[in-house]
Design a protein around this ligand. Structure first.
Ligand code: ARG
Length: 399
């Protein structure tokens, strides 16, 4: 009888490489690996051969970088999505799309199972499994790296025993995840929250002290909340995000070092390189400041925070997330215009913004003679606005 099939999400890293062998040997399955290119394509060069060498019967690569940009990055950006105000959701954002590719591949190849290489301590297992369940509630998920209960050293040992190439070395001790929206770095010395991340942890950004002594100005153009040009030059979203990351990284901008609250209850020390994502979120939110009416802007900030939390928690495919997408979409047409960023020595500041949809009214704002603001009305406004406090204060003072 033919063996049953499993489609395994494959990155070429340690855990997923070990998983191939484990699923074949211990679970007696034909393993089809699926590497999903969400913009980290350059790292996937030999992933196909690698999977076959380790024991996969078939090795698929799905290039969905463009879909990732269009369907995921634009939505995260429209929501200025930062988990705990700091982390632009890099891995959280790719998992739902990888889950979708997995489920589609399983259907196509008649596989009874899908599998991922996440351990039991992280958020990614939750994101994969909740997304998979939302897309196909019937399919069975295997999580060998979690269920075999091996430590990182055990996995390395297992890999060596089975001649699986191990990418982890003393020189390269980190666990990395990357995609178009940035790069995550964990493990090694980073597990001590007091230790400064060493320079060898970084790939996309130079140290601020090594950045050029001259600032660089960059104008980003937006249409309906989506960035469409840099310095007046139109480009695809994938190219634009890459370019933004390149500029920011060269100026030492975009490193995040934080203590993060994982969904599974652990506080962890996380290091990120997210120059493109952070610069674009800064620019996008600056344009919202200019173009969104006050109450909407304030309310949306709460929606944005909730949105980031939902996505971080693995609830991309959920009714609340979809409803919030609807809300956010209604706010974005006005977010059209240009933002001027200044990169300098590890920093990125917004130094200019303009838009045809701008709600900034010079005549209202100015202190010059052009002023049209009604100073008289201010007196009456304050009278009524402050009335409840006045009444309360009189009462308290027993008058
Ligand atoms: N802490 C981040 C998150 O939960 C990064 C996770 C990185 N994942 C990985 N498999 N290396 O989104």
């Amino acid at each position: 009888m033919a063996r049953e099939k499993v489609v395994l999400a494959y990155s070429g890293g340690l855990d997923t490489s070990v998983a191939i062998r484990w699923l074949a040997d211990e679970e007696d399955l034909d393993v089809i690996t699926l590497a999903v290119d969400v913009g980290q394509g350059k790292y996937l060069a030999d992933v196909k051969e690698k999977a076959l060498a380790v024991g996969a019967v078939e090795s698929l690569v799905a290039d969905v970088a463009e879909e990732f940009a269009r369907e995921f990055v634009t939505k995260a950006l429209a929501a200025n999505a930062l988990y705990e105000g700091k982390y632009p959701l890099v891995s959280s954002l790719s998992r739902p799309l990888i889950a979708k590719c997995l489920v589609e591949a399983a259907h196509e190849h008649d596989a009874a199972y899908v599998a991922h290489g996440c351990t039991g301590k992280g958020n990614d297992q939750v994101r994969f499994e909740v997304s998979i369940a939302a897309l196909d509630p019937e399919i069975e998920v295997l999580a060998p790296a979690r269920d075999w209960d091996m430590t990182r050293d055990d996995s390395i040992e297992y890999a060596k025993r089975h001649n699986i190439p191990v990418p982890i070395t003393k020189e390269n001790p980190y666990s990395i995840d990357d995609n178009l929206w940035g790069r995550t770095i964990e493990c090694g010395v980073l597990e001590d929250p007091w230790t400064e991340p060493p320079n060898d942890a970084f790939e996309l950004t130079v140290a601020a002290e090594d950045a050029p002594d001259e600032p660089q100005y960059v104008v980003v153009g937006f249409e309906g909340g989506v960035p469409v040009s840099i310095g007046g030059e139109k480009m695809s979203l994938v190219d634009l995000v890459d370019k933004m990351a390149e500029i920011g990284g060269a100026h030492g901008f975009g490193r995040v070092d934080m203590i993060e609250n994982r969904l599974v209850g652990i506080k962890s020390r996380e290091v990120y390189e997210v120059p493109g994502a952070l610069a674009l979120i800064k620019a996008h939110s600056a344009l919202e400041d200019l173009t969104l009416e006050r109450d909407l802007l304030h309310y949306k900030a709460g929606v944005d925070a909730k949105y980031a939390e939902l996505v971080y928690y693995g609830l991309w495919y959920s009714p609340l997330k979809e409803a919030l997408d609807g809300f956010i979409a209604t706010t974005q047409p006005a977010v059209t215009g240009e933002v001027r960023l200044k990169f300098y020595k590890g920093g990125c500041s917004v130094v200019g913004r303009r838009s045809d949809a701008s709600l900034y009214d010079y005549d209202l704002a100015t202190y010059e003679p052009a002023d049209t603001f009604s100073h008289d009305s201010a007196r009456g406004f304050i009278e009524l606005f402050g009335l409840p406090v006045k009444v309360w204060s009189k009462k308290r003072k027993g008058q």
